[in-house]
Design a protein around this ligand. Structure first.
Ligand SMILES: *Cc1c(COP(=O)(O)O)cnc(C)c1O
Length: 403
């Protein structure tokens, strides 16, 4: 049991809290599911990029899936070995490509023909051979929220199968490109197995057709996307997930690369916020809290649901209320029509499942400093990021202020 009251007192609110032991259990579960096969779990750093969180995964033997050179630098700084780092993303700048090649990471996930051309050109200038993998778009409906669907042609990610094949041939014939892998990632918060299986089947067939023309890949990168329970969703068991994928790889000797983000961190995280006041507009009840959309944007952005727990209060006489923050936007809410007991100034609310796409999506909108971040390990809490103060927020502007 986490003593939220004590944490609020010690670190203030709003506050992010991450249970590292939960992350360990999730990691081990997934690793176990792929046991007996060569596999690399590459934690998707964007889900929660706090250095101490990445370092925790480094100690568990995890790799890192990065979507910017900043994330690659974070991963290296946190102790992830370079040979376990992947660089994905639909738009990479030249300087990012250059640094990725220089850093000698495992491979770059290439997402377009034009990008392949840039990588080749940059590698050539450096007299290097860049290890690449191509992100294919198998055109499979992942049956998730449209904002987190990525595996349909209508989404901006990856290339269609015919284009991919052409790109592999180009790469094979280039002395500056070394095609080592194939990658797909059809979406996030996946709760159905069938689309994953279907996509894996299509991509495995591609691997076979490439082998037939002497292009032998080593890495079969299945992306991330494994869903978690926010409310009452049924989720996929890691074992079934692994079996579904492995079942499509018959006769292929490949290292499975998996890029879980949410699965590892979402339910390890809590967002703790304090009630400022209640107010009623006509019939509508609002609970105004000190946390806001700049801290946790998922409800505003995806209409995401986070379970809310009232700390130290009997959950009686509940009526529906919107939990809203101080930010000047009607979209600034953390929950809608949520049944809550009467609340007063100083009461604490905990939003569950806030460990993925929480802090990292935060901003300084309304000149609000970002929350502090705390981890709990073996029952002990420790600060892993300071609360931002006003000086932090103006640091990059102050010198330009004219007298
Ligand atoms: C976002 C992302 C992931 C992680 O997704 P989750 O749903 O958090 O597991 C993995 N791979 C790529 C390429 C991504 O963009």
């Amino acid at each position: 049991m986490i003593d939220f009251q004590a944490l609020a007192k010690k670190y203030g609110t709003p506050l992010y809290i991450y249970d590292l032991d939960h992350m360990t259990r999730q990691f081990e579960k997934l690793k176990e599911a792929f046991r007996g096969r060569k596999s690399l779990l590459a934690y998707a750093v964007k889900a929660n990029s706090n250095l101490s969180v990445i370092s925790h995964f480094a100690k568990l033997g995890s790799g890192a899936d990065c979507v910017s050179i900043g994330e690659v630098r974070r991963a290296l700084l946190a102790g992830i070995p370079k040979y376990k780092i992947l660089f994905s993303g639909v738009g990479k700048r030249d300087d990012e490509i250059k640094e990725a090649i220089e850093s000698d990471i495992l491979y770059i996930n290439v997402e377009s023909e034009a990008e392949l051309g840039r990588v080749e050109m940059i590698a050539k200038e450096m007299s290097k051979e860049a290890r690449i993998s191509i992100r294919v778009n198998p055109n499979v409906d992942p049956k998730t929220h449209p904002y987190i669907s990525t595996g349909l042609h209508e989404n901006k990610f990856g290339v269609d199968m015919d284009t991919a094949k052409r790109m592999y041939i180009t790469a094979k014939n280039s002395s500056n490109l070394d095609p080592v892998g194939i990658h797909f990632h059809i979406g996030s918060q996946l709760t159905e197995l069938e689309p994953i299986k279907e996509a894996s089947e299509i991509v495995a067939d591609m691997v076979r057709s490439l082998a037939a023309i002497d292009i032998d890949l080593k890495f079969f990168d299945v992306g991330g996307g494994l869903g978690v329970r926010y409310n009452d969703e049924t989720t996929i068991e890691p074992y079934d997930y692994a079996q579904a994928i492995l079942g499509t790889l018959k006769g292929l000797d490949l290292t499975i690369v998996c890029e879980p983000g949410r699965f590892l961190t979402a339910n390890a995280g809590y967002f703790l916020t304090k009630v400022l006041y209640e107010k009623v507009n006509g019939e509508k009840r609002f609970v105004v809290v000190d946390g806001a959309m700049n801290d946790l944007i998922r409800p505003s952005l995806y209409n995401a649901f986070h379970k809310v727990e009232v700390v130290g209060k009997k959950e009686e006489n509940k009526t529906p209320a919107d939990i809203v923050g101080p930010v000047c936007e009607s979209g600034d809410f953390l929950a809608k029509e949520y049944p809550l007991p009467p609340l007063e100034h100083g009461d604490l609310l905990v939003l569950h499942s806030a460990g993925a796409y929480g802090f990292g999506m935060g901003s300084n909108y309304n000149t609000r400093g970002r929350s502090a971040e705390v981890v709990i390990e073996n029952g002990k809490d420790r600060l892993v990021r300071k609360r931002e103060n006003f000086e932090d927020l103006i640091a990059l502007e102050k010198e330009f202020l004219e007298a």
